[in-house]
Design a binder for this molecule. Structure first.
Ligand SMILES: Cc1cc2nc3c(=O)[nH]c(=O)nc-3n(C[C@H](O)[C@H](O)[C@H](O)COP(=O)(O)OP(=O)(O)OC[C@H]3O[C@@H](n4cnc5c(N)ncnc54)[C@H](O)[C@@H]3O)c2cc1C
Length: 455
């Protein structure tokens, strides 16, 4: 069915990754025009800078998929523009002429580790997950200019989700790889470590973790192995929930056996001990679980000597000025949890609202929310009428000196006037030119970094 509402709308999408590309493509296939604003060179978000680089197959498949979705005649891609910094949200909403703005900007702010004064050790003895993974995924690139991180033996990872398992696993691989090379002169690539596991690699090189004098890293979690959110239950039944718990426990054990780190359950970090300005130990509160709730007992604490803490306790959306937040979370307008508070025409999808979940869930969230947005807000035209009423007089003036004429045109034709469209396209082209962007496929080819070979 031809959807005539598409001639009315020009849509801004912030973030081009899993949920953003899904949304952009769904809108574009229905004839809506979409401008995608992406803060990085590449629109791959957590696929490029989150998923550790041994996931070669998954990364390449998802990135190809994002490309196939964004490389569409109704989509214009603007790289290297961060909304909230390079363009204010207010400017985007008021001065461009978009009828709808959709946030698909994910969750890129590490949740703060709740330990007093811990921030002064950031980058030295305290590392947060997002910067760790950016370093890990890109450090082999010849023009890498980011932080230089060295994983220290006996480092402690605080966390409990799948991402924290990736973090402690990458830490152990890095550590053993470095020591094996330094002490035995043997280089083993990360793919072999990842595939075979540390004990097998060391055995085939006639050595062991003890022989290399590596004490190993430690994962600290506030609940038990069974409580780790490593496997989602199929449904809400007690049997499915118990099954998922058992799978989580088994999965953790598999990681422990294969990557030789240690695990401290039922422990919450509460303080740190420093010596001469460096981290000496992490202080933990022992807890118990009663009826699913965490219970603490005063004074029941212990400490672990460690030179490094890696915090992997989750990511939150980065706050953008002009939007409202409920604590750390984007404040939403209604129960459906996809329309942003304070605006009728601003929506949010993917990790930006869910804050968690995997690729499939982010894709599904993008898809389901866009279906709703099209059905409830774009097709029926309520947003267009509102856009019309609020159409900024300054914007009209830029388009045509005769504001009255332009208003009359829109009211009669019920479509966006050419002048408003030209304004959007001109601003888009200016930003693309500034970034050096011409064609999507050429840009991707030029900007995709060197990949490590999986031998
Ligand atoms: C360590 C780790 C391991 C993971 N492993 C897996 C796995 O094995 N399997 C799996 O299914 N999932 C995994 N995930 C989860 C998965 O990567 C995410 O769920 C998914 O990528 C989220 O997609 P998204 O589009 O919502 O957000 P993102 O991928 O975060 O995309 C947001 C996009 O918005 C852009 N952006 C942000 N702010 C702005 C701004 N202000 N202006 C312009 N652009 C902006 C970003 O650059 C990015 O491109 C993992 C995540 C992590 C961190």
């Amino acid at each position: 069915m031809v959807d005539s509402s598409n001639k009315k709308h020009f849509i801004a999408l912030i973030g081009g990754s899993i949920s953003g590309s899904e949304a952009a493509n769904m809108l574009a296939s229905k004839g809506y025009k979409v401008i995608v604003f992406e803060m990085n060179d590449l629109p791959y978000g957590k696929i490029e800078d989150g998923l550790p680089k041994w996931h070669v197959g998954l990364r390449d498949k998802q990135e190809k998929n994002i490309d196939s979705k964004l490389d569409h005649e109704n989509i214009r891609f603007i790289p290297n523009v961060r909304i909230g910094k390079d363009i204010s949200f207010e400017d985007l909403v008021n001065n461009w002429g978009f009828t709808v703005v959709i946030l698909a900007n994910g969750a890129w702010k590490d949740r703060d580790l709740p330990i007093k004064d811990i921030d002064k050790l950031i980058g030295k003895d305290i590392i947060y997950q997002n910067s760790l993974l950016h370093w890990y995924n890109h450090k082999h690139e010849p023009n890498y200019k980011g932080a230089n991180i060295k994983i220290k033996d006996e480092a402690v990872v605080v966390g409990g989700g799948l991402a924290s398992l990736d973090v402690v696993k990458l830490g152990m691989i890095e550590l053993v790889q470095d020591v094996l090379l330094a002490k035995k002169g043997v280089f083993v690539d990360l793919f072999e470590f990842e595939k075979k596991g540390i004990p097998k690699v060391l055995e085939s090189n006639n050595t062991s973790i003890e022989d290399l004098d590596i004490k190993g890293m430690r994962l600290v979690y506030r609940r038990t192995a069974k409580d780790m959110p490593l496997k989602s239950p199929r449904d809400d039944s007690p049997e499915s929930i118990e099954k998922a718990k058992q799978v989580s426990e088994k999965l953790l054990q598999k990681y422990l056996d294969k990557y030789l780190f240690k695990f401290n359950p039922l422990s919450i970090p509460i303080d740190k001990i420093e010596e001469n300005g460096s981290l000496k130990a992490l202080v933990l509160q022992k807890v118990s679980i009663k009826n699913g709730r965490i219970k603490t007992k005063d004074g029941d604490t212990y400490s672990i000597e460690t030179p490094m803490i890696i915090s992997s306790i989750g990511s939150l959306p980065e706050q953008i000025e002009g939007l409202h937040y409920d604590g750390a979370w984007l404040k939403m307008k209604d129960k459906e949890n996809y329309r942003v508070y304070g605006y009728n025409n601003v929506f949010a999808i993917g990790n930006a609202v869910t804050g968690r979940g995997n690729i499939q869930e982010s894709k599904m969230h993008g898809k389901q929310m866009i279906e709703k947005i099209i059905d409830k807000h774009l097709r029926e035209g309520d947003l267009f009428e509102e856009w019309l009423e609020n159409l900024n007089t300054d914007l009209c003036k830029k388009v045509d000196d005769n504001v009255k004429d332009i208003e009359a045109f829109i009211k009669a034709q019920k479509i966006m006037p050419d002048g408003v469209i030209e304004n959007i396209l001109k601003k888009t082209e200016d930003l693309q030119t500034k970034a050096g962007f011409t064609r999507y496929s050429d840009w991707i080819k030029e900007k995709t970094p060197i990949r490590l070979e999986n031998m």
